[in-house]
Design a protein around this ligand. Structure first.
Ligand SMILES: [Zn+2]
Length: 298
């Protein structure tokens, strides 16, 4: 089978009935363009029935999970595939508690693995937002929505978000980033990594955006209590309510990964058919991550 398509869980179960079928899927993806031995650099070898590549140069036997984000998954590849399927095809992924219960694995184990999946969901930064882009900031972990001005509570995580609107003013794509404060310096990475210089950017009257006008086409309009940024605030609301169900409280260094996950799904709402396959491919290309890296959010 070359590419799993769709969101149907029964189809999914049929295609991936056991760990072996998942290993085969990974092997086909990993060595699609040929084999290079990680040990001796030899390019000749053979893919055996166990879905491992046997190098003719040095005799090394390489598994399809080695050197990928599936490295050392201890609870079985099929369960890992199921978690990736849930996280990429549902509009709201489950909490690690629910995921653990569903697949009979410890909550902590589910949490680690889900963060590995999230790290594969990180943006390539190759497709900056274009056209009409609305930008604003929000905070996670507080009930200060009604308080005027910017929140300076240091325990709360500050986030800047940009959404691209289509001609009918519907949200097409979005990117969000954790920021230290509301200065132009903190806003800059989101602009540089995710907004095209040709885009028409609209923000509220906050002075932090002014220095960015040198490089970007920014129009500042009054927020009018959010009325001028309705679509943007719906997305913010969705992110916040999703995060409330996922894991509470989320430490600051992990918020980034949840934002990546949210954007990954939202930005692919037009390509849901191949989202699972795409996610698996990213997991194959992603380097293995240590538990300590997951913990410190790097
Ligand atoms: Zn070799």
């Amino acid at each position: 089978m070359d590419k799993f398509k769709g969101k149907n869980i029964l189809d999914f179960m049929k295609v991936f009935p056991d760990d072996g079928s998942c290993r085969e899927y990974l092997a086909n993806l990993k060595w699609h363009d040929g084999f290079t031995c990680p040990k001796c650099g030899h390019t000749k070898g053979c893919l055996k029935k166990d879905h491992k590549y046997h190098c003719y140069g040095c005799g090394k036997v390489e598994s399809s999970t080695a050197g990928t984000l599936f490295h050392k998954v201890k609870f079985g590849l099929r369960k890992a595939f199921c978690i990736v399927f849930e996280m990429s095809t549902t509009s709201k992924s489950l909490s690690s508690i629910q995921m653990g219960e569903r697949y009979g694995i410890r909550q902590g184990t589910a949490w680690y693995f889900m963060h590995k999946v999230r790290s594969a969901m990180e943006s390539s930064k190759k497709h900056p937002l274009k056209g009409l882009v609305h930008v604003d900031e929000f905070i996670i972990g507080g009930q200060e929505e009604n308080a005027p001005g910017r929140s300076y509570n240091t325990r709360k995580t500050k986030v800047i978000i940009a959404v691209e609107l289509n001609e009918e003013r519907k949200v097409k794509r979005a990117y969000a980033k954790v920021i230290d404060d509301y200065s132009a310096k903190s806003f800059t990475p989101l602009f540089e990594q995710h907004i095209s210089e040709e885009a028409k950017v609209v923000t509220d009257k906050w002075r932090g955006y002014s220095p960015l006008k040198k490089k970007y086409n920014i129009e500042q309009v009054p927020s009018n209590k959010g009325k001028n940024f309705k679509e943007l605030h719906i997305i913010i609301h969705k992110i916040k309510s999703w995060l409330r169900t996922v894991h509470a409280p989320i430490s600051k260094q992990h918020v980034r990964r949840y934002l990546d996950e949210y954007s990954y799904r939202l930005n692919r709402s037009q390509s849901k058919q191949t989202i699972f396959h795409n996610n698996i491919k990213r997991m194959i290309q992603g380097k293995p991550r240590l538990h300590s890296q997951i913990i410190n959010g790097s």
